[in-house]
Design a binder for this molecule. Sequence first.
Ligand code: NAD
Length: 484
Amino acid sequence: MKTIRNFIAGEFVSSGATFEKRSPVNNEVISTVAEASREDVDKAVASARTALRGSWAKIPLADRSELLYAVANEMTRRFDDFVEAETADTGMPASVARHAFVPRGAANFKIFADMVKNVPTETYEMATPDGKGALNYSVRRPVGVVGVICPWNAPLLLMTWKVAPALACGNTVVVKPSEESPQSAALLGEVMNTVGIPKGVYNVVNGFGPGSAGEFVTTHPGVNAITFTGETRTGAEISKAAAVGARPVSLEMGGKNAGIIFADCDFDAAIEGTLRSSFVNTGQVCLGTERLYVERPLFERFVSALKAGAENMKIGAPFDASVAMGPMISHEQRNKVLSYYKKAVEAGATVVTGGGVPTVSPELASGAWVQPTIWTGLPENASILREEIFGPCCHITPFDTEEEVLALANDTTYGLSATLWTSNLSRAHRMAGALEAGIIWVNSWFLRDLRTAFGGMKQSGIGREGGVHSLEFYTELKNICIKL
Ligand code: NAD
């Protein structure tokens, strides 16, 4: 069993209160985690402030960038430790951590270290009545101490997606990992110390949301900006906290994303892509497709191939290489998902496959397992089609025309991503332009160039992060006007 401490001013510390983190695989306690008090958060913010004005500010941009490369390289050196941390906390298959989430965590540091070295600033020469003119130029400055509030579904990837640009832009951070996934953030503290990131640049406080570390960070007057990934409801609360002191907030929130499959698609690619978009990470992916729309001539064939694919996925523990799907993060999350499985039946859904709890080996019996589930036959106003379930499930609806499916796909309060499968290029452009979502994939899913804008429309988010777009949030742009 591990002990996870807070990481404040370069030291691992704990101040008394603790909570237990249980394994999603067998429900055993795997770590005791120090719960940060308000005083701990005060200390973390104070240490971040000191580093912001002192040690971190003194490091020239090129050296800062080198240090972030060193973080990425050290993460790569400790690759197996990160894989173990991610799989232990979340139960995700080690193959998913190995091939996607851990490498991306390290890549986040490299991409933003490069990006900040290559950002031009703008200059405008202007005419003045005396004929001598004036010169405007802009500079970017760090926004300050950034509060980073993270979810549990891809702990390292989603945290570094915020910490890396924040540090690259010269800010310091106080990170609040999810109470369900504290290990990777602590491990990153060790990495920071190993490569010589100054004390106080990266701080971690553990705990929960309301009345705990999450609230203490987001309401702290010493936190200059807040970046959040998590549920839309939580984002709304954090927005209120950020409004006090008029602090900038970046919100990456929930989704109810559509996958649209036209009859002219590459069938095998659409099935393979949809199996991933609906079921990878046990459906706990904000970009996942819980609503599928399939053109009628393809409907029956698609439903039966997706069913076969779902039933073929081996469910089990992370380090079994043949396992495609792990458990849900917790029993609480499993109960939420199972309550939707029940609601689907009550609403009259046809259960194509799944709908319950799988049979697992006796040593895994206490884990948070659910079956991958496919439904058809529900009306568009059913809660299954309107609310984010965040589990390994999808509903499939047939459609007849492009106009019809566009209206169905856009009829949601969310707007994070949408995925199109078609070989008709004109239609792909037409649909992609008209879909109300921040991220559109055509004939792929989760294909990410880290320089591109990432974020959602409607209730899926406020702001965009990624590449130069992160600059807008993590820096203050200042115009300087000189009369010549
Ligand atoms: P959550 O909102 O329950 O928790 C996220 C974080 O907020 C946790 O660290 C939690 O402790 C903290 N928190 C909760 N209440 C708080 C409060 N009042 N004040 C301050 N902090 C508070 O989300 P989750 O269950 O951890 O994650 C799943 C959700 O995240 C899903 O809705 C998913 O769609 C979303 N998500 C979105 C993206 C994206 O990029 N848009 C990516 C991944 C996950």
